[in-house]
Design a protein around this ligand. Structure first.
Ligand SMILES: CCCCC/C=C\C/C=C\C/C=C\C/C=C\CCCC(=O)SCCNC(=O)CCNC(=O)[C@H](O)C(C)(C)COP(=O)(O)OP(=O)(O)OC[C@H]1O[C@@H](n2cnc3c(N)ncnc32)[C@H](O)[C@@H]1OP(=O)(O)O
Length: 197
């Protein structure tokens, strides 16, 4: 029942438009760097009760590795991860990859997921994400989620379109104080970001 080919992929080309190669920002964290949570109240990476508690490390060649430990709090069907929370894990992994490697503030415009295998409670999803291309403000990224090890079977795949925004996006629509806390951290000073979309 659950044996699904890892080769299953959507037929649509990716990225869907002509793109340029992503340029890793000169101040991007290098390979081997363990990434800090980007915001303590983030459901994906923060210290939130029953959050996803994801942790990420920069790999070689523009890949960022993230781990999502699936607990009972993340169930949909009995004993299995909820699909929406799996999508959330990929939003986090892709957003973190875009934010940390390109250092461009960006928000998710579109996120698509392929659920290829069930993800049981007690497993850890090992997500490998990369930026595939950039077209102006549009940043295309994708990721594979492997069961229980970096080379385990692929259970979920995702593709996302992130749109670069100015900092006023967060101050106008979000919480200016939270943004201030974010930029006060030594590795996240505003001058170390590409903030002009
Ligand atoms: C120095 C401090 C820096 C601070 C940085 C802050 C954060 C980053 C930090 C660290 C990163 C680390 C971790 C991040 C982890 C997780 C990230 C989670 C991310 C999220 O969870 S984030 C929440 C969900 N997200 C939203 O809350 C977005 C709501 N939304 C909007 O706010 C607008 O909708 C917006 C801004 C997206 C666009 O609005 P807009 O007016 O600026 O631009 P416009 O509409 O013109 O779109 C421009 C071009 O994108 C195309 N386009 C747009 N949307 C499309 C779609 N869906 N499909 C296909 N194409 C689309 C258009 O077709 C056009 O294309 P073209 O240029 O070719 O015409």
């Amino acid at each position: 029942m659950s044996g699904v080919s890892d080769n299953r992929r959507p037929a649509n080309p990716w990225p869907p438009v002509q793109t340029e190669q992503p340029e890793i920002h000169p101040k991007a964290p290098g390979p081997g760097t363990k990434l800090q949570m980007h915001y303590a109240e983030c459901f994906g990476c923060g210290e939130v009760d029953n959050g996803l508690h994801m942790r990420s490390t920069v790999g070689e060649a523009g890949v960022v590795f993230s781990k999502f430990p699936v607990t009972r709090a993340h169930q949909g069907a009995p004993g299995l991860a909820h699909g929406g929370l799996l999508a959330c894990a990929f939003d986090e992994a892709l957003g973190s990859t875009v934010g940390n490697l390109l250092r461009r503030p960006a928000v998710t415009g579109k996120l698509e997921t392929d659920f290829l295998r069930p993800v049981p409670v007690g497993t850890t999803l090992f997500i490998a994400a990369r930026v595939d291309g950039v077209a102006g403000r549009k940043i295309y990224a994708s990721a594979d989620g492997h069961l229980d090890s970096a080379d385990g079977p692929v259970a979920v795949r995702a593709r996302g379109l992130f749109i670069q925004v100015g900092l006023e996006h967060f101050t106008t629509h979000g919480d200016p104080e939270a943004l201030q806390k974010f930029t006060q951290q030594p590795t996240r000073r505003a001058e170390d970001w590409d903030i002009n979309p």
